[in-house]
Design a protein around this ligand. Structure first.
Ligand code: OAD
Ligand code: ZN
Length: 308
């Protein structure tokens, strides 16, 4: 779309942020990089490091978050999941800015693609975790949902967590060790050893694998995403996009679902070439946020929400 007239400077960004009452903040991995969590698609991001290490036998690093690959070979994901499991992170100035906007009653919603739950740690409540989180986990077979803490020990021990209801007690104990893909490809049934597998029926791996409720490629987003967006699109008066390459749908499509009259500001380290925001502020998002707060005369709240 054509850019709106009269918006393009930092001063315009400051004015828009000051005056807007229902700001939609769309965030991605870039806002958690300063917390020590790599993003996905940067040169030193997670996908590049998965490729370089070659540790996991993946044709494409995105397979690590692919539901079909996971069903076939859950041990690969679980040999890696502890690396992205939320631990002692401290919210970045960007997270604290979102909380500040909420404290000022100017936050319509924070749509985050991040699964690190640092928004919640910062005290943000008007947040939609578009790609889910480790807060809960579900059985792939019976869909039973449990608190994420139930599978935490397995994640940290790099074991595949099993559903206690579906999983038959007579099955051989599992080590959670990764099986060779060549082997599993030969079996064409899944990643588990099939020494005792009956050729004629049943999957090659035990029934009822638990999966954290983070959204994998090939999975639908939650209804909460659709419902929130349906309500928010007619309310929003400013869009702030921070720290995302906007490469993944449907979150990336949020931009085209908003009225054209809503000004858009992009804050990102690198340009996002397929969108056309009114104001582009390129650089480290923490620095840009600090600068904007300075110009706004706003003070960031403490890193961790005191009420939390
Ligand atoms: P990406 O890694 O695709 O993009 C992160 C963006 O943040 C890049 O454009 C970086 O330039 C920018 N960035 C990095 N560090 C920054 C900093 N300090 N300040 C400002 N910008 C910075 O991550 P996402 O867009 O979040 O999904 O990726 C979207 C989804 O793809 C993720 O939720 C994940 C992934 O596959 C699933 O796993 C389902
Ligand atoms: Zn089950």
């Amino acid at each position: 779309r054509d850019k709106l007239p009269n918006y393009n400077t930092v001063e315009d960004a400051v004015r828009l942020i000051r005056e807007s009452k229902r700001i939609l903040i769309l965030t991605g991995a870039g806002i958690s990089v300063s917390c020590g969590i790599p993003d996905f698609r940067s040169r030193n991001g997670l996908y590049a490091s998965l490729k370089l290490q070659g540790e996991y036998d993946l044709d494409d690093p995105q397979q690590m978050f692919d539901i079909n690959y996971f069903r076939e070979n859950p041990a690969v994901f679980y040999s890696f999941a502890s690396r992205i499991y939320p631990s002692n992170f401290v919210p970045s100035p960007c997270h604290r800015f979102i909380k500040l906007v909420e404290n000022r009653n100017q936050l319509l919603r924070n749509y985050t693609q991040n699964i690190d739950t640092i928004e919640t740690l910062a005290g943000v409540t008007r947040v939609v975790q578009c790609h889910g989180s480790f807060a809960t986990a579900s059985c792939l077979l019976c869909r039973r949902q449990v608190p994420g803490s139930d599978i935490e020990d397995d994640i940290l021990a790099q074991k595949v967590p099993l559903c206690s209801v579906c999983n038959a007690p007579q099955l051989a104990p599992l080590t959670g060790k990764r099986k060779s893909r060549k082997k599993s490809a030969k079996k064409a049934k899944g990643g588990w050893d099939s020494e005792d597998e009956d050729e004629s029926d049943g999957p090659a791996y035990p029934p009822g694998i638990m999966k954290p409720d983070i959204t994998f490629f090939g999975e639908k987003l939650t209804d909460n995403f659709d419902h929130s967006l349906a309500a928010d699109r007619s309310e929003v008066d400013l869009l702030l996009v921070i720290g995302t390459s906007l490469k993944v749908s449907p979150v990336a499509d949020i931009l085209c679902h908003l009225p054209h009259s809503v000004p858009q500001i992009l804050i990102n380290k690198t340009p996002v070439r397929h969108i056309n925001p009114d104001i582009i502020l390129l650089g480290n998002s923490d620095d840009i946020i600090a600068h904007l707060c300075n110009r706004l005369g706003w003070e960031l709240p403490p890193p961790k929400n005191e009420a939390a």
